[in-house]
Design a protein around this ligand. Structure first.
Ligand SMILES: *Cc1c(COP(=O)(O)O)cnc(C)c1O
Length: 362
């Protein structure tokens, strides 16, 4: 059998590991921050009707400019944004890939602040962009000074921020984003995959867009919107950014079915987002209850909680898996991450963790 290392693969891809969050069939899948609530049936029926309609003309290529979808997304985002400011792709992962194809690539660099979204460096590698990891402050925060210092030291072509941050849940002050923007001539990218879970009074980086043509804010329908299986991510930025991405996207990259499904779901945004407050309440419950079990949770503005005080993360992960609960080992020593789901999922998770005793399975 041929091994990967026997193939004439690019030198810079040799020895790399692919993204590989385990996909296991378990009763409690709390490992990739999906919305664990199913799509409401009346909405699902509407989506199917739109799909049925789209299938009838699937002999033709889809609208390359996905105009109706961009209008729907702009309407959903608000903040005075129009369809010209919006671009979409098959998940925000593809948004990031297109961004790096256009603004990164060989000879160019991306600065990030790990621990953060594991796909940022992987997509950087895939596009031949040099990844530069910079330090965070205590408790995973990034102050304006810390961001500016790293940017002045490394002079990257792109700066990647994540607000709230995955896997830590940490908020990112707008001051840090604004200071980063002023410190670079490059692109400042803010990944807001979890924006809908932020406290209502926490402003989005969308508010910073006017007058900042190098600022890009991405969102996804995968998390709050309960649409991970459809693959729809999008960004808001100056219209010129979409022009840059038109140079690198594959023609017709968004299928007619994806466009139809997303437009139909966006027409039901309030129903699709109905569970967000419940999920945030389960997150807050885990943060409140984990200390009594001997763990230290970090404050989270997303739909997951990172907690440390785990004696042996691998053993705790396996012990929970034996009880049909899948959570995530994100590689932070003595820590694990769990997705906030339904009240019943939280009950069972906390119950099982308590049964393992202080520090978890040893
Ligand atoms: C889950 C996640 C995404 C989502 O990616 P999609 O490709 O839209 O499913 C993007 N960014 C972060 C930080 C995430 O955690």
């Amino acid at each position: 059998m041929t091994r990967l290392s026997d193939l004439p693969i690019r030198d810079d891809l040799r020895g790399l590991t692919p993204y590989g969050a385990p996909q296991k069939h378990v009763r409690y899948a709390l490992n990739v921050n999906e919305n664990t609530h199913p799509i409401p049936e009346p909405v699902a029926r509407d989506i199917v009707e739109s799909l049925a309609h789209a299938v009838l003309t699937a002999n033709r290529y889809p609208d390359r400019e996905f105009t109706e979808l961009r209008e729907s997304l702009a309407g959903y985002l608000g903040h005075g944004l129009t369809s010209d400011h919006v671009w979409a792709a098959n998940g925000s992962n593809e948004i990031i890939q297109q961004l790096l194809q256009a603004f990164g690539g060989p000879g160019r660099s991306v600065l990030g602040f790990p621990p953060s979204y594991s796909m940022h460096p992987i997509i950087a590698a895939g596009t031949g962009s040099r990844w530069i990891p910079a330090e965070r402050d205590a408790d995973y925060r990034i102050s304006p000074e810390t961001a500016v210092r790293a940017i002045e030291q490394h002079r990257p072509d792109l700066v990647f921020l994540c607000a709230p941050n995955n896997p830590t849940g940490t908020a990112l002050p707008l001051e840090t984003i604004a200071a980063a923007y002023d410190a670079t001539d490059g692109i400042v990218f803010v990944d807001e995959a979890y924006a809908e879970f932020m406290p209502k009074d926490q402003p989005s980086a969308l508010t910073l867009l006017p007058g900042r043509e190098r600022l890009v804010v991405s969102r996804t329908m995968s998390k709050a919107f309960a649409f991970a299986g459809v693959r729809l991510g999008y960004l808001a930025a100056d219209p010129a950014v979409a022009d840059a991405l038109r140079l690198v996207r594959l023609p017709y990259h968004l299928s007619a079915l994806t466009q139809a499904a997303a437009v139909a779901a966006l027409a039901h945004a309030p129903e699709m987002l109905a569970m967000v407050d419940d999920i945030a309440a389960q997150r807050d419950r885990m943060v409140a209850e984990l200390p009594a079990l001997g763990y230290r949770p970090w404050p989270s503005q997303a739909n997951f909680v990172l907690f440390d005080g785990v004696a042996d993360p691998r053993a705790t992960f396996e012990a929970l898996l034996a009880r049909d609960i899948l959570i995530r080992d994100v590689g932070i020593p003595n820590a694990l991450r769990v997705t906030a789901g339904t009240a019943e999922e939280t009950d069972f998770f906390l119950e099982c963790l308590a049964a393992l005793g202080p520090g978890g399975a040893q």
